[in-house]
Ligand binder design. Structure first.
Ligand code: ADP
Ligand code: MG
Length: 275
């Protein structure tokens, strides 16, 4: 049984169609990168897979059950979502934020999970700092630690679940980008299904067994990095002339050298603006 299965999901808001008839099936323990231009519908897809956004048509199943049939509490144990931007309005400490991953749970086991997650994201020394005094990248790592605690609690209760990450590396320095993706891969090795929206195609190739390319609400490519990160995709989907080379392990490496000349941009069939 797939961990996540989307059947012909469409998301329409007003006159715009954000996702057109998207179907995909993710086996448990897979690492998946979702890539695509700004406005392609990546966050919309992730939020729909997470059960946060109800599709206008089509269904999402999580571990074989319709996602809409889970209670909020059960859903939190089967899947964790790291949103694209999270602003915290109250003066919580880093440890408070990370502990929120455990929900109502408390006690020594939770404390140990919090400590382990802080260590994994390299924030042990930040435990008592007020979250908004941290840099953007440090805050992002704290939020990632919170999600790791949630995943661990879910795993203990229900077995490996699904981890959905919306641009988890966006504000991070190179070393912490690699750390976060390495931690996500270790989750996958334990059976957690990991879906990460990434902009850096080189990181996507390094991280994921499977890359899904979204373009204006459609799947424009789906397969291993060697088949999805190609000169044609760079040109057609990203509008970039580039040269996809091959690294030692046979992984594609992308070195963009020019944007597609102005005037050749494709207009969005949905009429939605790209950002
Ligand atoms: P991505 O994450 O790939 O950058 P999103 O999934 O956030 O893109 O958004 C896809 C498209 O849908 C964008 O063009 C965005 O402006 C549009 N969009 C997102 N939310 C809404 C909304 N509530 N109403 C209308 N359009 C929206
Ligand atoms: Mg997005």
């Amino acid at each position: 049984m797939p961990a996540v299965e989307a059947s012909a999901i469409s998301v329409r808001i007003g006159a715009s169609t954000l996702l057109h008839d998207v179907s995909l099936s993710l086996e448990a323990g897979t690492t998946v990168a979702v890539v695509g231009p700004n406005g392609a519908g990546k966050s919309t897809l992730l939020r729909t897979l997470a059960g946060e956004l109800k599709p206008s048509s089509g269904t999402v199943r999580l571990k074989g059950r319709r996602i809409s049939s889970y209670s909020a509490g059960a859903l939190a144990l089967h899947r964790a979502v790291l949103s694209q931007s999270i602003s915290v309005a109250f003066p919580f400490t880093v440890a408070d934020i990370v502990r929120m991953g455990a929900g109502e749970r408390a006690g020594p086991a939770v404390a140990a999970l919090v400590e382990a997650a802080l260590a994994e994201v390299d924030l042990e020394g930040f435990r008592d700092r007020i979250i908004m005094t941290l840099s953007g990248g440090e805050q992002q790592r704290a939020q990632f630690a919170r999600i790791l605690v949630q995943v661990a609690c879910g795993e203990a209760a229900q077995g490996p679940g699904v981890l959905l990450l919306d641009e988890p590396t966006a504000s991070l320095d190179l070393r912490h980008q690699l750390d976060v993706l390495e931690i996500a891969r270790r989750c996958a090795a334990r059976g957690v299904t990991v879906v990460a929206i990434l902009h850096d195609l080189n990181l996507a190739a390094l991280f994921a067994e499977r890359v899904i390319v979204l373009d204006r609400g459609h799947i424009a490519g789906d397969g291993p990095p060697s088949e999805t990160i190609t000169d044609a995709i760079l040109e057609d989907v990203f509008g970039v002339a580039g040269a996809v080379g091959r690294a030692a392990a046979g992984l594609p490496t992308v070195l963009p050298h020019a944007a597609r000349p102005a005037g050749r941009d494709k207009s969005s069939p949905a009429g939605g603006a790209h950002h």
